[in-house]
Write a protein that binds this ligand. Sequence first.
Ligand code: AMP
Length: 310
Amino acid sequence: MSLVVTGTIGIDTVYTPDGQHREGVLGGSCAYFAAAASAYGPVQLVAAVGDDFPDEHRHTLSQFTNINTAGLETRTGSKTFRWGGKYLDNMDHRETLYTELGVLEEAPPQVPDAYRGAACVFLANSHPAVQADMLAQFEHPALVVADTMDLWINIARDDLESLLGKVDGLVLNYDEAELFTGHQNPVTAGKKLLEYGPVFVVIKKGEHGCILVHRDGLSALPAYPTETVVDPTGAGDTFAGGMMAYLADQLQLGAIDDPTSFDAIRRSLAHGTIIASFTIETFSLERLSALNPVMIEARYDEFAKMMHLQ
Ligand code: AMP
């Protein structure tokens, strides 16, 4: 499986409504995605951090044996991306307390030569101009999917519109789809987003699951019903990690020819859903670091039984 993720490796501070908080934990779109994808197979990461990036976080990343960090640049004199967030009420809404871009304001990291031929590329959350720059460094990926969020929709809309013309798929939250398109209805918003170029859009709505709007049809899946929600941070990134890792694996096995097809994407949603349900059970990457394929398969089977409609 050749799967590459580009994005942020960050230092997060997170507050949850029950009064708990964690300061300076490992986070970032790329870190969460890679941790989730690594439960399925190898994943190669491309990102930059500053020389303030703690050894403890480097050690945590190295514990995920399927994550290849040869593409992680450490820049002397630069600052690591930092983000602080606070969850409100029932954890459905999040307020960003601060975003310190640090290395994100500098030149994007270089994609190592060995990664340029990757079959599947995920452009995890970052500035859309940086995402486009990273994408241009790949040869002929069979599947390119991007994520985005409110900050980029607000400050870099033109870059985002241009990026949408270059990717196969986009994953984003319900609120972000509404912010981008002005449409509250996720199907209408998804169709509007397809007009910018992608083949499919996955719109996520936390505990309410996700909707797939594809050129060839519509699909929807509820979230895995869980009682344990400690910290939803990274749910979106790990959802994408499960989806993309499944598609990369199926492509490698020869089980699918076209990883952008409606049927392939529809099936991948359940893998994203299951991995995300583990992520939210703890802060940071704690739960993901303790996962094994047997635990994922057991929850997948349980979920599949719940979905049995006849
Ligand atoms: P999620 O909960 O899936 O939206 O992802 C949260 C993670 O994204 C956190 O670990 C943050 O460090 C990271 N993050 C927050 N804001 C941004 C941003 N504007 N660009 C890239 N990554 C971000």
